[in-house]
Write a protein that binds this ligand. Structure first.
Ligand code: BGC
Length: 775
């Protein structure tokens, strides 16, 4: 755990340069705009410890899987979003000495991520070995207004000398991925072009043949005046540089502005890629840094208007939630249904930028409530478009009749995990994909989605479960053998309660969807049934499985069993672990972990969270009280579900405690792994802890409900959401709740047990008689 980020409501601030924290800060201060992103690497040379990262959404490399003994069913490759050409590069040297913060004496170092306006600012003073001192201020952003564009401005002031500063602005595509399985470089050069102030470099990925053109337009200023020093070109393998020699003195600040664009062949024809890149770069350069920045500020202002959470009386919590929201929007903007949300977003290589069940189980609620429905819908369409691949995945495993098994880890629809027994066996992910359809329709009311897309996916998923269960003569029930549940600290178990529940729910929901579409849109239904060769007899088979599904439970303790053998484990709780045992996944052998009763993340409780309406409070409480003490929360996805359930159980203190574990997870480097990248998908869980946990927001029968409490440390909190065309602001104080409708759409909402009409542009407040529990 670290504590070096300064508290501020809208900014993330680091003061003082500590090379040991650099990789953590590179993650925390990352920038992105949904189409590209980068770690907060320095513009100038740096020979210290760094993880270089520039990423282009949708551009990946299938890195051949590395395993000891190959077995049928292993994926050929692990797709990785790859480190791409860096557009930020600037080499600065004074009398032959390169500015490098690993070598210079650094003072006044400050990094600031301005979340309200969407840019990164860095300043420092560097005394070179020669004794000459420079002051530098660097500002940059990835434009959210035009997501192919980025820009930087780099100011250098010689403090105590006059002389010549040599500046080389470059694009460097000769980059590596730290986690390349065979140490390979993934890019080859297609074309590079350079003029006095522009540079264009097109690279192609090996195997996948994606092409990306990175272009820059450079302008140099002395004071406020633009100057045109002579340019010396530098050509190297996958590298283009423009060198300028500039006479300077303490009165002159030298500024270099780089306006950049990254265009990918996913969005432009390859033969026009460089020409299009030139157009984008020139149009952006014509606007200039200041105007581009103004557009950035305006674009972020409108995002914040729809999504901000304001916490009064707790700056650290305020900073944290804004950081989470900011990073989620930097990662995914919902404009392109081919893109998704990697667990690390654009902030690191871990998890390869691939899509996991995290999207459906954790991220979707955030985007549903804070963006237009098209954004959440695109997350669903992403899976719809990959249905054929999911069917192929299932066929490879021997399933038939259009059964689909969605991958646990994917880029293009193919399974590409690298840990078979853990990841592959987590077939519960199929359930999360079905649940997302339910959740999307429940929130948006977009019933047409079901007939147009949802049903086809649901039928394919139901067909999978139908074939994946088997009848146990012994139990006289359907069982599901050989799975890994959400708790990855048990593999290849039988009858994981959560998986069995999900399977059965999917079959029931798919059947309901069939009946509904058949009744409401008979023609569309017939067409789909024809296309899928769907026979209604399948419904009868599904119904039998639903009726006869086996759910392991322990009547004595009144709990559901995580899996058949769970009670055979030595019954310990986390209190039995010492600090030196934690985290288990770093300190214990895998064998010991698998045999232990310790749980990585919500498993039975994940099921109770999804389907809370089906269980009474006492059942939820018993399971919570049994499982939580055994849970080590070593997945960042874990605390949020516990926080929401604790809030539901009126245990406000614990709800807040779990929330704290997720909210500043990266800012305080809680798990000692922020240097690998940020936990983007769990950031959505942090948002859920506040909105679903503390505010108790739910959608039931098409209506919003609130069941709020105010964490004791906070004076008030408020948040904005979009719901079925209405824009609401909800404020919770110790006196109650106020809901303001900032739109022309009237709504009915429920606050605790009382149903209230919320007129267009109207406002409702909680009844005075309500008692607000305060921690
Ligand atoms: C969790 C999974 C999750 C993955 C990616 C793992 O540590 O156990 O549930 O999908 O990380 O976030």
């Amino acid at each position: 755990m670290k504590n070096y980020i300064k508290a501020d409501e809208w900014k993330i601030i680091e003061e003082g340069f500590d090379p040991l924290l650099n990789k953590i800060s590179e993650s925390i201060f990352s920038l992105g705009n949904g189409r590209m992103g980068q770690r907060a690497n320095f513009e100038e040379s740096y020979t210290g410890d760094t993880l270089q990262g520039n990423y282009i959404a949708g551009v990946y490399y299938p890195d051949k899987t590395r395993v000891g003994w190959w077995k049928n069913g292993y994926p050929e490759s692990l797709a990785k979003v790859i480190n791409a050409a860096s557009w930020i590069g600037l080499d600065i040297s004074v009398d032959g000495e390169t500015l490098d913060l690993a070598q210079a004496e650094v003072s006044n170092f400050r990094r600031e991520l301005n979340m309200r306006e969407g840019y990164l600012l860095r300043s420092f003073t560097a005394r070179l070995k020669s004794g000459k001192t420079l002051e530098v201020t660097a500002q940059r952003f990835c434009s959210i207004a035009n997501d192919e564009v980025a820009a930087l401005r780099y100011n250098i002031t010689p403090v105590d000398f006059s002389g010549t500063i040599k500046l080389t602005a470059f694009i460097d595509g000769d980059v590596i991925n730290q986690d390349s399985n065979y140490g390979e470089k993934f890019w080859e050069q297609v074309e590079g072009k350079l003029s006095d102030n522009e540079a264009y470099l097109t690279l192609r990925t090996k195997k996948t043949a994606f092409e990306v053109c990175t272009g820059t337009s450079v302008s140099v200023f002395k004071g406020k005046e633009q100057v045109h020093p002579e340019m010396e070109a530098v050509y190297k393998e996958k590298y283009l540089g423009q060198t300028f020699n500039m006479a300077c003195s303490p009165e002159d600040t030298l500024s270099i502005c780089k306006v950049a664009a990254n265009l990918s062949s996913e969005n432009h024809p390859k033969d026009l890629l460089m020409a299009h890149c030139r157009q984008v770069v020139q149009a952006a350069a014509a606007l200039g840094f200041e105007q581009l920045l103004q557009a950035q500020v305006a674009a972020w202002a409108s995002k914040w208007q729809e999504s901000d959470i304001v916490i009064e009386g707790d700056v650290a919590a305020q900073q944290a939630i804004r950081f989470n929201i900011f990073q989620l929007f930097q990662t995914y903007t919902g404009k392109d249904d081919r893109l998704n949300i990697g667990p690390k977003g654009f902030t690191g290589e871990k998890y390869g930028g691939s899509t996991f069940w995290d999207t459906e189980a954790y991220c979707l609620p955030f985007y549903l409530a804070t963006a237009e429905p098209a954004v959440g819908r695109n997350l669903l369409i992403y899976r719809y478009k990959q249905l054929d691949k999911a069917i192929e995945n299932a066929e490879k495993l021997g399933f038939k009749n259009g059964a689909a098994l969605y991958p646990m880890v994917t880029m293009n629809g193919e399974e590409c995990h690298n840990e078979w027994e853990i990841t592959f066996e987590e077939i519960h992910r199929n359930g999360a994909i079905a649940f997302a359809i339910y959740n999307y329709i429940r929130y948006t009311g977009d019933e047409a989605y079901m007939a147009d897309y949802g049903l086809e996916v649901l039928i394919a998923i139901a067909r999978f479960w139908k074939q994946r269960v088997n009848w146990s003569n012994d139990k006289h029930r359907y069982v599901i053998l050989g799975v890994t549940g959400p708790n990855e600290y048990e593999n290849n178990v039988d009858n994981n309660w959560y998986t069995n529940l999900m399977a059965s729910w999917c079959l029931k929901y798919a059947a309901e969807a069939v009946y509904q579409v058949k009744m409401q849109l008979p023609k569309q239904y017939r067409q789909l049934a024809g296309k899928l060769d769907f026979k209604e007899k399948e419904l009868a088979d599904w119904a039998v499985i639903v009726e006869k599904m086996y759910y392991p439970q322990d009547p004595k303790r009144g709990i559901f069993l995580q899996q058949d053998g769970y009670l055979d484990k030595e019954p310990l709780t986390v209190k039995h672990l010492s600090a030196s045992d934690r985290p288990l996944n770093q300190k214990w052998s895998w064998d010991r972990i698998l045999r232990s009763c310790f749980i990585k993340q919500a498993d039975v409780l994940q099921g109770l969270y999804f389907f809370e309406e089906d269980y009474d409070l006492e059942t939820i409480r018993r399971n919570f009280d049994y499982y939580e003490p055994k849970t080590v929360h070593e997945s960042s996805l874990s605390p949020c579900v516990h926080s929401i359930l604790a809030a539901k159980l009126n245990d406000e203190a614990r709800a807040y405690e779990f929330y704290l574990r997720t909210a500043r997870l990266d800012l305080d480097d809680y798990n000692n792994d922020t240097e690998d990248g940020l936990h983007i998908t769990s950031m959505a869980g942090t948002w859920m802890s506040i909105v679903e946990g503390f505010a108790g927001m739910r959608v039931r029968e098409g209506q919003l409900q609130f069941n709020p409490f105010l964490p004791g440390k906070w004076e008030a909190f408020s948040f904005s959401i979009l719901f079925r065309g209405a824009r609401l602001n909800i404020r919770i104080t110790e006196h109650g709740i106020k809901i303001k409708n900032d739109s022309a759409v009237p709504l009915t909402v429920k606050v605790r047990e009382s149903t209230r009409q919320l007129a267009a542009y109207g406002e409702i407040k909680a009844d005075d008689s309500m008692i607000w529990p305060v921690m």
